[in-house]
Design a protein around this ligand. Structure first.
Ligand code: C5P
Length: 224
C-alpha cells in the first residue's frame, strides 16, 4: 500500500487537531501539529525574554532558531528536550504566536523541519499553510472551517474540561481572540492562511467529531 500525506488547514479552533489526531490513528500514520511548533518558537522567545524586543527588531529571533529542536512523542511535545505540552497552550503564547509566525526566518526554519518530518510520507499534518506551502503535493488537502461562535464555544469547553471555569476568558472574549488571530493569519505576507484550490472544504459547524473524522478518513482511503 502506498503512503500519502494528508494536509489539514483552517482557522483557529476549527477542529483540525482533533480530526488529524484521530485520522492519523486510524491510518497508522504519524500526526504532526505544526501549530505546536510555532507555539514552541514563541515560548522559547518568551523564556529568553525576547518577546518585546522581537517586535521592534525581528532579527533577534534568528540565533534562537539555529539551536531549536522540536520533537513529538505520542501526545507530548518537547522543546529542546523538555516537555512543553501544557506551557505552549498558555494564553500568553496564544496572543503572541501569530506575530512570531509572521516572521520569514521562523517560517523557513519550521518548513524545513516539517518537510523532513514528512519525507517518508505517511503523515497527517495540520496547520495553516500545509497544503499551500509545505506540501503542495499532498495527496489529500482538507480545509476545515466553522462558525466563529461555535469555535469559541468548543475552545471554551476544551479549556474548562482541562482547567475548570475559574480564571477562564469568557466565550465572547475567546471569540474575539479567535477572530483576531484569523485576521492576522490571513493577512500576513508570508504563507497566509488560505484554501488551496484543490483542497476539500468541510464546514464542521454542524458536524460531530465522529462525522468529520469519518469524512476525512474516507477521502484518505480513496487516495491510498
Ligand atoms: O493551530 P494553532 O492554533 O495551535 O496555531 C497557532 C498559530 O500558529 C496560528 O494562529 C498561526 O499564527 C500559526 N501557525 C502558522 N502556520 C501553521 C500552523 C500554525 O502560522 N502551519
Amino acid at each position: 500500500k502506498r503512503k500519502i500525506i494528508v494536509a489539514i488547514d483552517g482557522p483557529a479552533a476549527s477542529g483540525k487537531s482533533t480530526t488529524a489526531r484521530k485520522v492519523s490513528g486510524m491510518l497508522g500514520y504519524t500526526y504532526i501539529d505544526t501549530g505546536a511548533m510555532f507555539r514552541c518558537v514563541t515560548l522559547k522567545a518568551a523564556r529568553e525574554g525576547l518577546l518585546e524586543k522581537v517586535h521592534r527588531e525581528p532579527v533577534v529571533i534568528e540565533p534562537l532558531l539555529s539551536s531549536l529542536t522540536i520533537e513529538f512523542d505520542r501526545d507530548r511535545v518537547f522543546l529542546d528536550g523538555s516537555d512543553v505540552t501544557d506551557a505552549i497552550r498558555d494564553n500568553g503564547v496564544s496572543r503572541e504566536v501569530s506575530f512570531i509566525s509572521s516572521l520569514k526566518p521562523v517560517r523557513d526554519r519550521l518548513k524545513e523541519m516539517q518537510r523532513r518530518m514528512g519525507d517518508e510520507r505517511g503523515v497527517v499534518m495540520d496547520g495553516r499553510d500545509i497544503g499551500t506551502v509545505v506540501f503542495p503535493d499532498a495527496e489529500l488537502k482538507i480545509f476545515l472551517v466553522a462558525d466563529p461562535a461555535e469555535r469559541a464555544r468548543r475552545r471554551y469547553a476544551e479549556l474548562e474540561s482541562k482547567h475548570g471555569a475559574e480564571g477562564l476568558p469568557s466565550p465572547d472574549e475567546l471569540e474575539q481572540e479567535i477572530i483576531q488571530r484569523d485576521r492576522d493569519d490571513r493577512g500576513r505576507t508570508h504563507a497566509p492562511l488560505r484554501k488551496h484550490e484543490d483542497a476539500v472544504e468541510l464546514d464542521t459547524s454542524a458536524l460531530s467529531i465522529e462525522e468529520q473524522v469519518d469524512m476525512v478518513y474516507r477521502l484518505a482511503m480513496e487516495r491510498i
